[in-house]
Ligand binder design. Structure first.
Ligand SMILES: [Zn+2]
Ligand SMILES: [Zn+2]
Length: 339
């Protein structure tokens, strides 16, 4: 079968590799849509620790083509989404229910062969049937959605209260959709690209602000009714956003850091401000125990509003370039499509 393999040293190539064998608890999938995300770019740049040579692809939607003898929950032909983590189960974090903090987790598409291939075998425990749709693209989007669901669990914005989301990339858009459905509002989006500001409006933002215009903090305070936001999300991952978001919080406000900043980035923030206004800054990582909920939800969201770019395996480099450039709201590899 063909597979897009990361070989190290920024090199990705399509190779012929054996079709994986199917153990008793394994599910063999034919991935139809596999999302390309910032993590893939970081892997190829050597900034995210992986285990080359490895088949890329961790946002996986596909059809079950074979099941092992002990598999109970999926059948051949089912549409499934992969929750791309195997947790060690024995570290203090796993045993305390915070599996996403497991230092020994192994991820298909990062440390183990992933979905950018004609076939992928995963354990039944990480293959989730997706109800309510036959759309494998939605199944693939379940993974980033599960991360967004965890982020919203962390932030826990109250319905009827204001929220600002900085950055309307694909995950920013998912967060806006979740906020809208949770009755949070007014929802304000801050985005520098006009196409993404339009997307924000289509998926539920009440007010959309361009950060390249002057006086952003003042405009944010005005949009919040003058008191600041009880909840804010950095879906960019940058020091500049953190430095803007904190002054835009209300007293007692909470900021969720969702975007992945460069590890060397440093922000200037006021400890006194955090103390005196009793602010909370929250991290959020991965999708612990939220993949089932995301799979249940994914058919209900306005995901067709995202512009998409589809690329066969052989055009992985083009797909990654499109992901980096933001040419489309979301980029997918289509492993079943011949070059
Ligand atoms: Zn991803
Ligand atoms: Zn662990």
């Amino acid at each position: 079968m063909r597979a897009a393999r990361y070989l190290g040293d920024r090199r990705v190539t399509v190779q012929d590799v054996p079709i994986p064998s199917v153990g008793p608890t394994d599910v063999l999938l034919a991935p139809e849509f596999v999302g390309v995300c910032g993590t893939d770019a970081h892997i190829v740049d050597g900034e995210y620790r992986s285990a080359p040579p490895v088949t890329l692809g961790h946002e996986i939607g596909g059809r079950v083509v074979e099941i092992g003898s002990a598999v109970r929950t999926v059948r051949v032909g089912d549409l499934v989404s992969v929750e791309p983590h195997y947790y060690c189960g024995v570290c203090v974090h796993c045993q305390s229910g915070r599996v996403n903090m497991c230092p020994d987790r192994r991820a298909p598409g990062v440390h183990l062969d992933g979905g950018m291939a004609e076939f992928l075998a995963v354990d039944e425990t990480i293959a989730y049937p997706v109800p309510g749709t036959q759309d494998a693209r939605r199944a693939a989007l379940t993974e980033p959605l599960a991360c967004a669901v965890h982020g919203m669990d962390r932030l826990a914005p109250a319905s009827g209260s204001a929220l600002v989301v900085f950055g309307v990339g694909p995950v920013g858009a998912l967060l806006l959709m979740l906020a809208r459905r949770a009755g949070v509002g007014p929802v304000v989006a801050v985005e520098g690209r006009s196409g993404r500001r339009d997307l924000a409006q289509r998926v539920g933002a009440d007010i959309v602000l361009d950060p390249t215009e002057d006086g952003l903090v003042d405009r944010l305070l005005e949009a919040s009714g003058g008191i600041g936001f009880p909840s804010a999300i950095d879906a960019v991952g940058s020091a500049a956003v953190l430095e803007t978001a904190i002054p835009a919080l209300s007293r007692g406000g909470r900021l969720l850091v969702f975007g992945v900043a460069h590890p060397d980035a440093r922000a200037s923030i006021s400890p006194h401000d955090i103390y005196a206004r009793e602010l909370t800054i929250l991290g959020t990582a991965l999708n612990p125990f939220t993949h089932r909920r995301a799979a249940n939800l994914v058919h209900q969201l306005p995901l067709d509003e995202l512009t998409v770019g589809d690329f066969p395996l052989e055009r992985f480099d083009e797909a990654l370039a499109a992901q980096r450039a933001g040419t489309y709201d979301k980029v997918f590899i289509t492993p079943q499509v011949a070059r």
